[in-house]
Design a binder for this molecule. Structure first.
Ligand code: PRT
Ligand code: MG
Length: 217
């Protein structure tokens, strides 16, 4: 049995077409079921549906053999017990600083207060630019913080930028490009080597053909 941990929402939605191409599509839809362990059309392959930020934990401890997680989540988790063999090119976005329209740039000096759920990543980013930021940990709705004086800026992932715009904020500096990665537990990679390498080869071919398809006119 191989177990793959994924999060509900955009990662699940973009992963299912890849799994379908391999005959591994879920037998039930997580939105219609309360099950957290989803069987697939292959009896030897199951999915765990968990929070995005929990995926590296399940995989590092071997509760899942493999997982799919955003690079933003992996950077923040600082996993050492994981292999990251493949960029799936899904759920793409950018990790950025953002501030109120017209406010000073977060990198312009001083000691900015930064609201984010990416505490370690933000700390590293500002330190690299010689700025000693005060990082305030939030769990969601980061966009609110600069509007009510909780923070000077935020660090968050941006896709279309519509959420920032709707709240009078603008993206400033790019911290990193983000896409979702396949991660693999190190012990599972040894113990289940044949099955896992077969899965990696198959899914990387699917990723390559999906990428090829999207650039066709
Ligand atoms: O939502 P929940 O609290 O349950 O967990 P989560 O936010 O960790 O999970 P989820 O499913 O929202 O995101 C999972 C992964 O998707 C992230 O770790 C990223 O790698 C990736 N991803 C890609 C995104 C986005 N695009 C994205 N746009 N994650 C979040 N967003 C947010 C963004 O922060 C903004 O608030 O979606 C909102 C809309 O974005 P705009 O710029 O299109 O308006
Ligand atoms: Mg979210």
């Amino acid at each position: 049995m191989l177990t793959l941990a994924v999060s509900k929402g955009r990662i699940y939605d973009e992963t299912v077409p890849l799994l379908k191409a391999l005959g591994l599509e879920p037998a039930v839809c997580p939105d219609k079921s309360r099950k957290l362990i989803l069987p697939t059309l292959n009896p030897d392959f199951q999915l765990l549906v968990i929070r995005a930020t929990d995926v590296p934990t399940y995989v590092e401890y071997g509760a899942a053999d493999m997982g799919i997680a955003g690079k933003d989540v992996l950077e923040e988790y600082e996993a050492t017990g994981l292999y990251e063999p493949l960029d799936l090119g899904i759920a793409c976005c950018r990790l950025m600083t953002a501030a109120r329209v017209g406010a000073p740039d977060p990198l312009s000096g001083g000691r900015p207060r930064v609201a984010t759920k990416y505490v370690k990543t933000a700390h590293r980013y500002f330190a690299r630019h010689g700025i000693q930021a005060e990082i305030i940990k939030l769990y969601g709705s980061m966009e609110l913080a600069p509007l009510v004086g909780l923070a000077d800026c935020i660090v968050d992932v941006v896709d279309t930028g519509n959420t920032l715009k709707a709240n009078g904020l603008e993206a400033r500096d790019l911290i990193m490009q983000v896409s979702s990665r396949l991660v693999v537990n190190k012990a599972a990679m040894k113990m289940k080597h044949t099955a896992i390498s077969r899965f990696i080869t198959a899914i990387s071919q699917t990723v390559a053909s999906h990428a090829g398809r999207s650039i066709q006119p």
